[in-house]
Design a protein around this ligand. Sequence first.
Ligand code: NAG
Ligand code: NAG
Ligand code: NAG
Ligand code: NAG
Ligand code: NAG
Length: 455
Amino acid sequence: MMLLLWKVCFLGILAPEILCHKVKYNGEQVFQVTPQTSEHVLQLQQLCGTWLLDLWKPPFLEDIHVGADVHVRVPVSLVQEMKEKLLQYSIPFQVLIKDIQELIDNQNMKSHKRHSRSLATYNYMVYHQMGEIYEWMTLIQKEYNNLVTKHYLGSTYELRKIFYLKIGEPSDRPKKIIWMDCGIHAREWITPAYCQWFVKEILQNYNSDQSIKKILQNMDFYIVPVLNIDGYIYSWTTDRLWRKSRASYKNGTCYGTDLNRNFNAMWCSAGASNKCSNNTFCGTGPESEPETKAVVSLVKRQKADILCYLTIHSYGQMILQPYGYTINQSKNHEEMINVAKKAAAAIKKKYGTVYKIGTSHSLYMNSGSSCDWAADLGFNFSYTFELRDNGTYGFQLPENQIQPTCEETMAGIMTIIDYINEKNFKNNAMTIISASLWFNVLFSITCSTAYTLWY
Ligand SMILES: *[C@@H]1O[C@H](CO)[C@@H](O)[C@H](O)[C@H]1NC(C)=O
Ligand SMILES: *[C@@H]1O[C@H](CO)[C@@H](O)[C@H](O)[C@H]1NC(C)=O
Ligand SMILES: *[C@@H]1O[C@H](CO)[C@@H](O)[C@H](O)[C@H]1NC(C)=O
Ligand SMILES: *[C@@H]1O[C@H](CO)[C@@H](O)[C@H](O)[C@H]1NC(C)=O
Ligand SMILES: *[C@@H]1O[C@H](CO)[C@@H](O)[C@H](O)[C@H]1NC(C)=O
C-alpha cells in the first residue's frame, strides 16, 4: 500500500492530494516584519539566521533593508518566541498568514474532481495537476491546429517531457518570436494557470480581434506552460511550498536546484547559494540542469528572431528588468522602464492592483537568472513578472483570484507585446497611424466646418 501510494504520488497522476501531502505546515505562520532602523535590520537578521527561518521575501538575510517589508515563515514552535522578540525590539510586524496548512488544505479540498477531458469545459479558474496540463496541451493543439503546434523542449531531471506551444499564423519566412515561460518555481501555482489563460485568450480572440490577428501574422509565441515539471508535481504530491527542481545530490540527502539561479549570468556570484539544502541553490555549474539546458539550447538556436523574453513568477506584484547581478543597467533601460510603466498602468486599470517596476537589483541582488541571461544574449526586452499577491496569501493564492489575476496580467503583457509589435512592424503600425491621422484630418475638417457655420 505504501509503495503504491508512493508511486501514485511520485508519478503525480490521479494523486489523491490529501493522502499524499507529507510535508505539513500545521500552525506555521508567515510574519510581515518591517524594520525601521539599521539596528532592527541586524536584530531581524540575527533572529532569522539563528533559527534558520525560511525567508519568502527577500530571499536573503543580506537583502533585508530599513523600511522594506520582510515576509518570513515561522514554525509553530517558534511563533510565540518570535512575537516576543519582535515586541521586545519594537520592530513593527503583523501575522500575514495565520496557518499555512489551513490555506493549503482549503486549496486542495476544492481541487477535487473538476477535471475535464474536453477543451470546451476545461476550467481555467482552478489549479491543474501536471497530468491535466499535459492533456490540455494536446487538446489545444488539436482544436487550434491552424495556429498551434506543440514541440519538445527537453526532459526534466526525472525524465519527464517539457513541451512548449508555438502559436502564430504559419509562414514561409522566419517569424519573430515572443518567449514566455511559467512554472520555473514549483510553488508559484498561479503562473502555469496564467500561461494557460494567455494561450486561451489569444486563441479565442484571434478571429474577432484584428490586433491579435496582426500580432500572430508578425510573430510567434513560444509558451512553456510549466518548465519545472518535477518540482510542480512534487508541490502537489509532497510539499506545497517546494520551489526548486528535483535533481538529487549527495547520495539522495539533498534535492533540487533553483533553476532561476542556474543560468549563465554571473552564475552564483550573488544572491544564490552553493549549498544544495538552500532554496536558492545555484546548481553544480552554470546550466548544469537539464531544464536550464533545454531552454538555453532552443533560445540560442532562435536567438536572431526573439524580440522579447518573459518569465512569469509569483508573488510580489512587480515587473522587473535586468540586471540582478550588477547595478549596471541594460542598454535600453529607459525604454524598458517606460514600457513597464505602461504595462503597470494597464494592470492597475483592470482591478486596481498596484505593481512596482524597476531593475531586479533594486529589489535584491541575484545572479544566474534567466531574465539577466536573456538580456546578455542581446534581447532588448527581458522582463520578470511577479504576479499576485502582496503576501496576504503568498504562494497559496486562492482559486477565486485566478481570473482577476490572469485578466490584469493579460492587460499588462499585451501592452508590452503591442509596443514591440508596433516598433518592429512599422508597415502595420503605419496603417494604424495613417488611419488615425485620417480620422484627425476628417475630424478637424468637420470641426472647422461646424465652427465656420456656427459663426
Ligand atoms: C548512500 O549513503 C549511505 C550511507 O552513507 C549508504 O549506506 C548507501 O549505500 C548510499 N547509497 C547510494 C545509492 O550510494
Ligand atoms: C541560503 O543561502 C543564502 C546565501 O548564501 C543565505 O543568505 C541564506 O541564509 C541561506 N538560507 C538558509 C535557510 O540557510
Ligand atoms: C558594469 O559596467 C562597467 C562600465 O561599463 C563595466 O566595466 C563592468 O564590467 C560592468 N559590470 C558588470 C558586472 O557587468
Ligand atoms: C535593440 O534595440 C536597438 C536600439 O533600438 C536596435 O538597434 C537593435 O536592432 C535592437 N535589437 C533587436 C534584436 O531588436
Ligand atoms: C495587500 O493588498 C491588499 C489589497 O490592496 C491590502 O488590503 C493589504 O493590506 C495589502 N497587504 C500587504 C501585506 O501589503
